[in-house]
Design a protein around this ligand. Structure first.
Ligand SMILES: Nc1ncnc2c1ncn2[C@@H]1O[C@H](COP(=O)(O)OP(=O)(O)O)[C@@H](O)[C@H]1O
Ligand SMILES: [Mg+2]
Length: 354
């Protein structure tokens, strides 16, 4: 899958502009604040139907304008298509595929596949387990619709259980009440845990391969699912029961899949705690490239790779490898200057004078 063209109309810093992209590496070059990230944001908007940085979507409309529009032109094995998003200050946004408005954002998913990566993605490695759980949850939800429902159910039951832990009901009575919650929680937890285990198992070899490639085999990456050890519903219930006193003291449920994590290990060391910034960035990138491979496997087509400002913290060797990788995957990469001897389509960005 490739993007051949984008048209922008009153979108952030763009009044009316069009950019064409080629296969392989497209380098979007320009000084600070010229609109490089804005351009990638617009492209990714058409992938997922939302912004990676605007919490209030109307902020993408150029100041003083009422309507903004993005239109991307996509080339696939099966033909061409377009995705269009129209923003309005007064109405909800409209998304059109081949000119026809869609009713739900879920209809957009799969129309135009892309993977986005920016320095912010480092939080995937560095920050709390919550970010890595979100990473698993988003990816699994994309291939397994029911996963999302089970997860929502789990969170609902968990909240109810936690509420019970804060009441003053006598212990024996509480133990009885908890039976219902434990039973439901265990049922969901077992399913979620299995999905996550399988997801990490399928991700691991791709991430290992991408990482070996980026580091020229100098470093070895392992990713492991860190979650509940219990493998049956009965065992999970037992564990919840035996933790009741502890949970009462804490005021929350201390055991469960809401504590899951992914361990990222490079050459035997935990990269979250001991890795250098550059190593962490390489791991985050390897995980993203692994995601790309998984989507490619499922859809039989390569997603577009969108890389915002990623060259700065990689050493020369890793930069070269990444740019080499981009030759075979359509990539849009932003930077302030580019002097690498690799085939690329250069797109210079200057802010329009208003
Ligand atoms: N809604 C908007 N209307 C007009 N200009 C905007 C809007 N949103 C952002 N901008 C402008 O876009 C510029 C930042 O663009 P950005 O893509 O982040 O730059 P960079 O090239 O450094 O990645 C800023 O100058 C900002 O003023
Ligand atoms: Mg930027």
């Amino acid at each position: 899958m490739e993007i051949t063209k984008i048209q922008l109309f009153s979108y952030r810093s763009y009044l009316k502009q069009e950019f064409e992209f080629k296969s392989g590496l497209n380098v979007i070059c320009g000084k600070n604040a010229q609109g490089k990230t804005n351009l990638l944001e617009a492209v990714y908007f058409c992938v997922v139907g939302k912004s990676f940085r605007a919490s209030r979507e109307k902020e993408v409309i150029t100041i003083d304008k009422d309507i903004a529009k993005i239109k991307v032109f996509i080339k696939k094995k099966t033909g061409t298509s377009t995705v269009e998003i129209i923003f309005s200050r007064n109405n909800k946004k409209t998304v059109k595929i081949n000119g026809i408005p869609i009713k739900k954002i879920s209809e957009l998913l799969g129309e135009f596949n892309g993977i986005f990566f920016s320095p912010d993605e480092l939080k995937l490695i560095k920050e709390s387990p919550e970010d890595r759980r979100r990473f698993m949850d988003i990816d699994i939800s994309q291939t397994t619709k029911q996963y999302f429902y089970i997860l929502s159910r789990y969170n609902e039951v968990l909240q109810n259980r936690n509420k019970q832990l804060k009441t003053d009901i006598p212990f024996d009575e509480l133990k009885n009440i908890m039976q219902i919650w434990n039973e439901q929680l265990a049922d969901c937890a077992l399913k979620i845990s299995k999905y996550r285990q399988n997801f990490v198992l399928s991700l691991a070899p791709y991430a290992k391969k991408a990482h070996a490639y980026l580091t020229d085999n100098a470093e070895d990456l392992e990713v492991e699912y860190v979650g509940i050890k219990e493998q049956t519903k009965e065992d999970i219930i037992k564990k919840l029961e035996s933790n009741l006193e502890k949970d009462l003291q804490l005021g929350y449920t201390s055991y469960g899949i809401h504590r899951d994590d992914i361990k990222v290990i490079v050459n035997g060391i935990d990269v979250r705690t001991y890795g250098s910034q550059g190593q962490q960035r390489t791991c985050a990138l390897a995980l993203k490239l692994a995601e790309l491979s998984i989507i490619e496997n499922v859809t039989h087509s390569k997603p577009v790779l969108l890389l915002d400002d990623v060259l700065s913290e990689l050493d020369e060797g890793r930069k070269k490898k990444l740019l080499e990788y981009c030759q075979n995957t359509q990539t849009l990469i932003t930077c302030t200057s580019f002097d690498y001897d690799v085939p690329h389509n250069l797109i210079q960005i200057h802010k329009e004078e208003v």
